[in-house]
Ligand binder design. Structure first.
Ligand code: FAD
Length: 336
């Protein structure tokens, strides 16, 4: 596994050998508007070393010209300060567009309003509104008595705070017209494991989030295209019209697959784990994982997905190799 300072990592342009791409779609002829979106998830590093490495990762990811990068927010607001710091760093030192994740569980409404104001004051215009998970293992946990209960309520609150700022100030109205507030939400192709919900429950929740003002959704990880395609089909039947972007975990590290799959309640397929574990050479294992993930990406794009959101775990190489294998890259910026 490589990190941000791995000098042996091939450049973006040199990645064509990483997977047999003969059966994959060629997207080079697509007009900018027709190209699938590309985005990445990052988390605020907990150590100085992690912060230093992330500078290199941000620079590398920037070369792929993603449509946006999202920054996670620790359960119960644990990373409130570091999430805001990373989002500000992205806003002020890169050409990337950040989306700040925000959770509301365990927080009073007044505190959530204050946090939203802080992000808006820092120039953040895009959020991923989540309920968040209650603290793990706390058996006597109760929801905050003055708190929000669902992600849909957080979407409403974000819209309400923005409306209140616009009512106060014509300058804010103009800023809102130039840079509209956008609100994304989560969706769960196999139902939400953490809350014991089924896919049908999640489709109902997604419709409520849409009614509350959500603009688009990003999914939890999944390992089979039919789960994602079934979620989209059921959501459309129920009246959900917002885009649903599939969340993709590059399958290059079998331990991570198992760990993240366990947390998300989505077991990775045993044959994929076997294929990865059977390869001793780390480079060959990386190529096997990229090729398997590229097949998943091709299947969801062929089924109509608007783009892909890659869970990077702050490592750029698997994400960029996946883009190279699937001919995906953001829309080039016009030269100034
Ligand atoms: P909600 O949509 O509020 O759902 C919570 C539960 O209520 C579900 O069981 C849902 O089915 C049910 N429900 C809600 N509304 C309805 C309704 N109208 N009808 C029926 N049932 C309903 N967690 C973090 O702590 N930090 C992060 O940064 C983070 N990022 C994430 C990013 C993505 C893309 C995803 C998919 C998840 C992320 N999570 C994160 C995890 C997420 O916070 C948890 O999965 C949490 O359990 C649910 O959040 P939610 O936004 O789906 O909540």
């Amino acid at each position: 596994m490589t990190d941000a300072h791995d000098a042996t990592a091939p450049s973006h342009a040199d990645r064509s050998h990483l997977a047999d791409r003969s059966h994959l779609a060629d997207r080079s002829h697509l007009a900018p508007a027709d190209r699938p979106t590309v985005s990445f998830e990052l988390f605020p590093p907990a150590t100085n070393d992690g912060e230093r490495r992330l500078v290199g990762t941000l620079h590398a990811l920037e070369q792929a010209r993603p449509d946006f990068v999202s920054v996670t927010y620790g359960a119960s607001g644990r990373t409130r300060v570091t999430t805001r710091r990373l989002v500000s760093q992205i806003l002020h030192t890169t050409s990337l567009t950040p989306i700040a994740h925000l959770t509301c569980v365990d927080t009073s409404r007044a505190e959530t309003v204050a946090i939203v104001e802080e992000f808006l004051d820092a120039g953040v215009r895009s959020f991923l509104a989540l309920r968040g998970d209650p603290p793990a293992g706390q058996v006597d946990w109760h929801p905050h008595p003055q708190g929000l209960h669902t992600a849909a309520e957080l979407v409403e609150l974000l819209r309400a705070v923005e409306a209140e700022r616009c009512a106060r100030s014509q300058a804010q109205v103009v800023r809102g017209l130039v840079k509209p507030l956008s609100v994304a939400v989560a969706a769960f192709p196999r139902g939400n494991h953490a809350t014991g919900g089924t896919r049908a429950d999640d489709v109902r929740a997604l419709l409520t989030k849409q009614h509350a003002g959500a603009d688009f959704a990003i999914t939890q990880i999944f390992f089979d295209a039919p789960s994602y395609l079934a979620l989209v089909a059921e959501a459309r039947t129920a009246g959900v019209t917002i885009p649903i972007i599939p969340g993709i975990l590059p399958a290059t590290d079998p331990d991570r697959l198992t760990r993240v799959g366990h947390l998300a309640g989505v077991d990775p397929p045993q044959d994929l784990l076997d294929r990865l574990s059977a390869v001793d050479d780390p480079e060959a294992r990386h190529r096997t994982g990229v090729a398997a993930t590229a097949d998943l990406v091709e299947a969801v794009l062929a089924g109509g997905a608007p783009g892909i959101h890659v869970y990077t775990f702050n490592q750029h190489r698997p994400a960029l190799d996946l883009l190279a294998a699937t001919h995906l890259g953001g829309v080039p910026r016009p030269r100034s």
